[in-house]
Design a protein around this ligand. Structure first.
Ligand SMILES: NC(=O)c1ccc[n+]([C@@H]2O[C@H](COP(=O)([O-])OP(=O)(O)OC[C@H]3O[C@@H](n4cnc5c(N)ncnc54)[C@H](OP(=O)(O)O)[C@@H]3O)[C@@H](O)[C@H]2O)c1
Length: 316
């Protein structure tokens, strides 16, 4: 009989209340794949966007579907030809597949082994699960798209959440000067992560506030917030500066801006680099709250507030 697992599933697009905890079959292990016992699964805003059906035109969903793309766990079985990892190895991964069906809010996941990297040894499973999606997003945005260099200045919009906290630390490690935008209650936290300057978005014109610190503007704006926050910031971009957004696809932006939209891709070599930084003490993860699998709907409602600090994690 096929192996069974508990998972959070939904059978139709809709709100977090559509989630149910059910026993389902663990998918069959195919060539090049590994079975991972999930120790922790981080929660991301995109999990809710997928569940609501907002991304269905380019990310097909097959019901019943399990949410979740972030995982830290232990290799339990290997398919034919899988050699990079041994049974018992601790791993982490960004588990987005071309078809949304088997996610990480579950006891097990089957993944191509090319998706996996060794887990940072200095971090707990909960902390490690909080890195892949947001860490890769920050890495690909700052370096692949933004080409951030030592000595440059970066303005991070939405800098106290999952992606922003990774971006502060990665930008500092690169030798950049960092300005973080978030609500005032998170300013101390952003400074502890390395932000050189912090700006609140409420009752402040963000672009003017940045120009008071850097009259010539910043080299890079990394937008993890969009809306009015992004529009206000644009006056603080240097004429030859770059704008990278993970939300805005450029529809309402001046065509003269050097702009890139990033949609994060799985990349296990970059996860190796993030592990090195974590194990060197240069990449920290604040797990602000944990949830059981039974509480998966509550976890999704929390991420939907858009005001989560650090990461929240489900422990199945
Ligand atoms: N394209 C991609 O590949 C990709 C990848 C990852 C994430 N995303 C998207 O990027 C966004 C951020 O993701 P996340 O995981 O970092 O979310 P998150 O953990 O929920 O963090 C949200 C952040 O936004 C801040 N914020 C809320 N309202 C703001 C405003 N009006 N102005 C400036 N900052 C504001 C929050 O700060 P306070 O709590 O202090 O208000 C917090 O720092 C989400 O919409 C997500 O779907 C896209």
């Amino acid at each position: 009989m096929a192996k069974q697992m508990k998972a959070a599933v939904y059978d139709a697009f809709g709100s977090a209340d559509k989630l149910e905890i059910r026993e389902i079959e663990v998918p069959e292990l195919k060539e090049g794949e590994v079975l991972v016992k999930i120790k922790a699964a981080a929660v991301n805003p995109v999990d809710s966007a997928v569940r609501e059906g907002y991304l269905k035109d380019f990310l097909p969903v097959e019901f019943p579907a399990i949410p979740g793309w972030d995982v830290a766990g232990v290799v339990e079985e290997r398919g034919f030809s899988s050699r990079r990892f041994q049974k018992g190895d601790d791993v982490y991964a960004y588990a987005r597949r071309p078809l949304v069906k088997y996610g990480t809010y579950a006891e097990y996941i089957v993944l191509p082994e090319s998706y996996l990297a060794s887990k940072p040894t200095s971090l707990s499973f909960e902390e490690a699960a909080g890195i892949p999606l947001v860490g890769l997003t920050a890495y690909q945005s700052l370096f692949d798209a933004g080409n951030l260099q030592k000595g440059q200045t970066v303005l991070i919009l939405g800098a106290s959440g999952g992606v922003g906290t990774m971006a502060i630390q990665l930008a500092k490690e690169q030798g950049a000067t960092v300005v973080g935008v978030a609500s005032e209650q998170n300013h101390q936290y952003m400074k502890e992560l390395g932000a050189d300057h912090t700006i609140k978005y409420k009752d402040t014109h963000i672009g003017d506030a940045v120009k008071e610190i850097f009259p010539d503007g910043v080299d890079l704006i990394f937008d993890c917030a969009s809306g009015e926050t992004l529009q206000q910031s644009l006056v603080a971009l240097k004429p030859n500066g770059k704008l990278v957004s993970i939300l805005n696809q450029g529809q309402d932006l001046d065509k003269g801006i050097d702009f890139t939209y990033v949609f994060v891709e799985p990349n296990s070599s970059q996860l190796d680099r993030l592990r090195e930084l974590a194990d060197a003490g240069k990449l920290k993860v604040l797990v602000s709250q944990t949830y059981t699998l039974q509480e998966a709907a509550e976890a999704m409602k929390q991420i939907e507030t858009k005001h989560t600090t650090g990461k929240i994690v489900i422990i199945p």
